[in-house]
Unconditional design. Structure first.
Length: 396
């Protein structure tokens, strides 16, 4: 990928689990040389999450793609020294140890910037580098709880609900990759690197809309509404005559009018309260009844075709099988098949977006623990014999 937009950018990923590693994955997808550094005997715990086939973790094939894998014990002086030598030729370092850990090992920002003043350092933690919670262990689930996301998710009479996947981690990964690009641009123009303090509790909070301002100005606290929205209606999932589910959204006034005319309830469109999304939401029971009754009397194919003809917004509710067979995903290339030495052909999500001139690519799926240690250390002058000695002593 010599012509890739991030070709020539070297990233040291010494983070574990999801937010930090996924941010590095996004950079690797567009040509960055990502070196994944793991402990020699305690690899990234992400390698043990989710299903495996013949002992090969499947999630890692996506999370670890486009990364060279190296093992170094950073908690001992010789391992820390190896990292500092790698840092000298790096542009970015991503870490997610608890605050103070790298400093205790002698590889905090001061030492890292002494080795490379242009280095951009992303420190990804649950709660940030300072404050009363900074030393606490934390994961994305805690961010989903603290941000208000869980409080909004679920049925009105049910408990707060956490997502069944790493939502806050994924959002933080996207935010971190963006922050890295901003800081890298600054380093290119000023010659000075900097530290990014990314708290996983913050990016998800930004995406929850205007709740902070609404409470500040009006004292309102948004409640759980299930699949409904406080901003528009009808907005829900509805069951078809086939027993499938479809999602309908009417965020714009014109779409709402089309949906109600499609289901034969023109008289509701003429109601004064139908004129805005907020007041429509106050009559969600009436609107849901009208839409659900019409959809329940028809097959999924009939419903989707009718909504498309009416230019109304609808989508089937898929599990993974639907994603893999949907013609729209196929048309835009959302799913890629990658050849892998361990699994053979393996399907995974493609790069996040399509660039017309410098597209990203998946060069390889996630590699075994430490596969590239000798090759990467050779770049800093470590001979094969020295690598063998370091392995025998547990340094790499």
């Amino acid at each position: 990928m010599a012509d890739a937009p991030l070709a020539g950018v070297r990233v040291l990923d010494i983070s574990t689990l999801f937010a930090g590693p996924l941010a590095a994955t996004f950079l690797g997808d567009f040509g960055a040389d990502v070196i994944k550094v793991e402990h020699p005997t305690r690899p990234d715990a992400a390698r043990g999450h989710g299903p495996a086939k013949n002992g090969v973790n499947l999630w890692w094939k996506t999370l670890g793609r486009n990364k060279r894998t190296v093992t170094i014990n950073l908690g001992v002086p010789e391992g820390a020294d190896l990292l500092l030598k790698l840092v000298a030729d790096a542009d970015i370092l991503v870490e997610n140890f608890r605050p103070g850990t790298l400093e205790r090992w002698g590889i905090g920002p001061a030492e890292l910037h002494a080795a490379n003043p242009r280095l951009v350092i992303a420190r990804v933690t649950a709660f940030g580098q300072v404050g009363p919670y900074s030393a606490r262990p934390g994961f994305g689930s805690l961010a989903e709880a603290m941000s208000g996301f869980a409080a909004l998710t679920g049925e009105p009479d049910g408990p707060p609900t956490l997502p069944p996947f790493g939502l806050a981690d994924g959002i933080a990964a996207l935010a971190t990759s963006y922050a890295l690009m901003v800081a890298l641009r600054s380093a290119e123009t000023t010659g000075v690197g900097q530290v990014i303090d990314m708290a996983i509790i913050e990016p998800i909070l930004m995406l929850l809309g205007g709740q902070i301002t609404a409470f500040d100005q009006l004292g309102t606290v948004q409640k759980r509404t299930g699949n409904r929205s406080v901003n528009n209606a009808p907005r829900n999932v509805y069951r078809t005559g086939d027993g499938d589910w479809v999602a309908v959204s009417t965020s714009s006034q014109s779409i709402a009018e089309r949906v109600l005319r499609l289901v034969g309830r023109d008289e509701l469109v003429d109601e004064p309260w139908f004129a805005s999304g907020h007041t429509r939401a106050e009559h969600a029971d009436v609107l849901d009844a009208a839409v659900s009754t019409w959809i329940a009397d028809r097959s999924t194919a009939e419903v989707l075709a009718a909504f498309e003809a009416a230019q109304a917004a609808i989508a089937p509710v898929y599990d993974v099988r639907g994603v893999l067979t949907d013609p729209q995903y196929d048309a835009i290339g959302t799913i890629r098949t990658v050849d892998d030495d361990q699994l053979g052909p393996v399907k995974m999500q493609n790069v996040l977006f399509r660039l017309s001139e410098t597209p990203g690519d998946i060069r390889w799926a996630g590699r075994p623990h430490g596969q590239d240690t000798a090759d990467v250390l050779a770049d800093i002058g470590v001979t094969p014999e020295q690598v063998t000695q370091l392995r025998e002593r547990g340094i790499v």
